[in-house]
Design a protein around this ligand. Structure first.
Ligand code: NDP
Length: 246
């Protein structure tokens, strides 16, 4: 297997950490971003204790200039980014008639505009080298919508529109672009939801439980392999059967 440099945004979060573990396990150099240096250093040390060396650079995915600097710093220290996982994300839930402009733009900037901000500085290099793997972490709620999440569902649905256009533009350059749409996974993002709401969610999941971050990471890692070179423009739902639309 060829060792490559992988950038996973939001690596310190629940799903990001699992993706980084998987990609490191495949032998890749792994990098991620941080906004809070102390938090990032604690996380980096914990990963190092497990034998996983993660290059951490400052970066706010909602800010184009910050992302250009982030990619430049990673490429200077670890070489060109061949694998990109657009994973960082936030929620600012409320029904639309009560939603502020800030709640709307924060979510669009962090989940959707981040795809431009982070992918734009790496795509030309991938095209020149004729190899690349880009994976968007979208959401079940981008596929089916969700009460109280017009901002998040719009951003997450937009991520797949981005995927299928980028996939077409770059297929001839050895670059695959895919989306993974997780259902409800037991990370901080979902554990912040009130318990009674979570219980109602779990009751709607045919498999009968929340997902595990590793179950998302496994699929992301699969998309990044050489063997997955004929899979592009896909949107893989991983949700315990919660939504089976196509
Ligand atoms: P977490 O809240 O655990 O982690 C989110 C990560 O994103 C953190 O590392 C956070 O860093 C980072 N982040 C947030 N905003 C920014 C920003 N502006 N710039 C840089 N980094 C940022 O979330 P999950 O691991 O649960 O979610 C990961 C992805 O999966 C998200 O895109 C989410 O929407 C998606 N998803 C999650 C589901 C779930 O059930 N958990 C279901 C479906 C999709 P910091 O520490 O700086 O805040």
């Amino acid at each position: 297997m060829t060792q490559r440099t992988a950038l996973v945004t939001g690596g310190t979060g629940g799903i990001g950490t699992a993706i980084i573990r998987y990609l490191a396990g495949q032998g890749h150099r792994v990098a991620s971003n941080y906004r809070d240096a102390d938090k990032a250093e604690r996380w980096r040390k914990a990963m190092a204790d497990d034998g996983i060396d993660v290059l951490m650079v400052p970066g706010d995915v909602s800010d184009p200039a910050s992302c250009q600097a982030m990619v430049k710093a990673i490429e200077a220290q670890a070489g060109p980014v061949d694998i990109l996982v657009n994973n960082a994300g936030i929620t600012r839930d409320t029904t639309f008639h009560k939603m502020s402009y800030e709640q709307w733009t924060d979510v669009i900037n962090t989940n959707l505009n981040a795809c431009f901000n982070v992918t734009r500085p790496v795509i030309e290099g991938m095209r020149a080298r004729k190899w690349g793997r880009i994976v968007q972490i979208s959401s079940i709620n981008g596929q089916k919508g969700q009460y109280g999440q017009a901002n998040y569902a719009a951003a997450k649905a937009g991520m797949h529109g981005f995927t299928i256009s980028l996939a077409q533009e770059n297929a001839k350059f050895g670059i695959t672009v895919n989306t993974v749409s997780p259902g409800y996974v037991g990370t901080d993002m979902v554990m912040a939801v009130p318990e009674e709401v979570r219980e109602k969610i779990v009751a709607q999941i045919p498999v009968g439980r929340l997902g595990k971050p590793e179950e998302i990471a496994h699929a992301v890692a699969f998309f990044t392999t050489d063997q997955a070179s004929w899979i592009t423009g896909a949107n893989l739902a991983i949700n315990g059967g919660h939504y089976m639309g196509w």
